[in-house]
Design a protein around this ligand. Structure first.
Ligand SMILES: Nc1ncnc2c1ncn2[C@@H]1O[C@H](COP(=O)(O)OP(=O)(O)OP(=O)(O)O)[C@@H](O)[C@H]1O
Ligand SMILES: [Mg+2]
Length: 330
């Protein structure tokens, strides 16, 4: 432990700036994505990322693991992958005449699960189960996963042929569903410079000196952000407005376009992301603006539109905009 570290509260929040500078130094022009990656880390949740190839998804995980000095693992999902390839298997040791458990790639801190929709359901569910339970049971023995355990799964929006789309019900296990777009021309020029520099063997940016313990301290502090009763009501009204078509007042017209609304897990995720969002900007209480800042990423994968709404070209993001517009701030 560093003796010069300032008191707990200051240290925990100082982590945000350190990580942000480190990540934005390596990943250019993707500030929204970088921000949400941090939010997920502090909220102790897993993320599903959708974006074209080559948008620095792999680089984001590598950069993050370098910053925290923790270990990372990339797993490419393919149709021939087996659940045991993720969790690990019991291996026979003839010299001892016994079986020993060989840990699989899930036993790491940061997991990049690339193209999860390329593996069949059994493998997907092994991943999702590990994500939710944070432990793996093989041959009657349970092995806990590391305390810092975060999965970033990717789905490629192009080339859907031959894939196994994740069941909607399972998507719920992701705290957020992020979409990454292309960087702007200025950022892309900077990317060229960075990559050329790396190829010439230039030293990478100094490590952010963030420890795993700092992340845990940050998580504890973020959990203490105050949410008033009125704000809790606001969150509940938003969630309930996605549910019954009978309508809860103003939300009715939005719910008419939704076949299946957000689950209680969605409510929990909204609350947690709202708190962390407030904490990351240095506040000790959350406001409706924090809710509105995170709600798209929290609900995007939790709403199933009706066939008619899909046919009318309504998007989930558009619907969430309508949701915010139709539910009054309490
Ligand atoms: N915003 C960015 N900032 C810095 N480098 C970038 C950025 N976008 C792309 N790159 C560079 O582009 C290359 C591709 O990035 P990376 O391998 O991380 O992409 P990816 O999203 O994982 O792609 P894939 O989906 O094909 O796995 C890397 O050399 C990376 O450094
Ligand atoms: Mg990649």
């Amino acid at each position: 432990m560093n003796i010069e570290t300032p008191p707990q509260a200051a240290t925990a929040h100082g982590v945000v700036e350190r990580l942000r500078t480190h990540l934005n130094g390596a990943i250019v022009g993707q500030t929204a994505f970088v921000d949400r990656l941090q939010l997920a880390l502090f909220a102790d949740g897993h993320i599903l990322v959708e974006g074209a190839p080559g948008l620095a998804k792999t680089k984001a995980i590598t950069t993050l693991s370098r910053a925290i000095a923790c270990d990372e693992k990339r797993i490419q999902f393919t149709p021939d992958l087996l659940p045991g390839d993720l969790t690990g298997t019991e291996v026979y040791r003839p010299e001892h005449g016994t079986f020993t458990f060989q840990r699989g790639p899930l036993f790491h801190n940061l997991i990049l699960a690339d193209e999860i929709n390329r593996a069949p359901a059994k493998v997907q569910s092994a991943l999702l189960e590990a994500m939710a339970e944070r432990q793996i049971t093989v041959g009657g023995t349970t092995y806990p996963l590391p305390r810092l355990f975060m999965v970033m799964a990717t789905q490629n929006p192009i080339e859907q042929e031959g894939t196994y789309p994740l069941p909607e019900a399972q998507l719920d296990r992701f705290l957020m569903h992020l979409r990454i777009g292309f960087p702007d021309p200025a950022a892309e020029r900077t990317i060229l410079k960075i990559v050329r520099g790396e190829a010439m063997g230039e030293a990478p940016a100094p490590v952010a000196a963030v420890t795993e313990e700092m992340i845990h301290a940050a998580r504890r502090e973020a959990l203490q952000v105050h949410v008033s009763d009125a704000l809790e009501d606001y969150m509940l009204h938003l969630i309930f407005a996605t549910r019954s078509p009978a309508g809860t007042g103003a939300g009715g017209s939005v719910a008419d376009k939704i076949a299946w609304g957000a689950s209680p897990r969605g409510t929990i995720a909204l609350d947690r992301c709202t708190r962390v969002h407030a904490w990351m900007r240095g506040a000790d209480f959350a406001t409706p603006l924090d809710v509105q800042a995170v709600i798209h990423d929290v609900l995007r994968h939790r709403l199933i539109l009706t066939f008619e709404a899909e046919a009318d070209g309504i998007t989930r993001d558009g619907l969430i905009d309508d949701l915010i517009a139709s539910v009054p701030v309490s």
